[in-house]
Design a protein around this ligand. Sequence first.
Ligand SMILES: [Mg+2]
Length: 273
Amino acid sequence: MLSPTKAALDQGASGPDAATPGDLPPPAPLTSEDCAVFLDFDGTLVEIAERPDAVEVAPGLAELVTALSTRLEGRLAIVTGRSIAALQDLLGPVEIALAGSHGGEFRPGAGCAVEPLAEPIPAEIISTLERFAAANGGLLVEPKPYSVAVHYRHHPEALEALLTCAQGLASAHSLALKHGKQVIELAMPGSDKGTAVARFMSLPAFAGRTPLFLGDDVTDEDAFRAVRGLGGIGVLVGAMRPTAAAARLPDVTAVHAWLKAGLNPEFQGKTQS
Ligand SMILES: [Mg+2]
């Protein structure tokens, strides 16, 4: 069965503020009927691209997560900062549980309606950021239903002014400010990936299982802490850094291999591609 190793849990217990974050072990093979799996999307299931609409979805990815969800009797969800609509534009209409917009949208399972949990982002926030973006070299502003992201990958020199602008908006309108990889995001307060995981784990299908959350970005730390509080483990994807995760996989390719091995446990121990 998948049981997070005691060593992994012990390391997780040291917390994100550990003085010396030693490297973390890979997660135990996914062979259990007792676990629930939560997956970030960008940087975890797909490589991060120059533009958010330019990511390349590996052939068979939607089928892989759908089959794994079936094997886990529905206890698998993608938990992403993207809106659910944007996610399905890329991945296809996957019949699995989903949480979008950093927990602002929630679909408890295949065939269920999407529940909005957050209020829409006020239009004036978006227009203020669009004016800022136009005046600072043309930063990419990405409005979402419950948040707005500004991507500064091509204009790193604008970051300081962008943060000042975003912090001003956040405090004036009581918004949450998230700072991810080459992106800042203003979101309606009250939701994050941790609240999304907690909401899933309160559902009968998930309750009492061992949650695992795989993610790469700082916004995934909320979910790492949530799963740790529920007796599970976070799996950091990418290079080691201070984290609340208790295990680590080096990259998207390793995530795909781990998922495939979980789908085909008879291949455990063999090299996956
Ligand atoms: Mg990510």
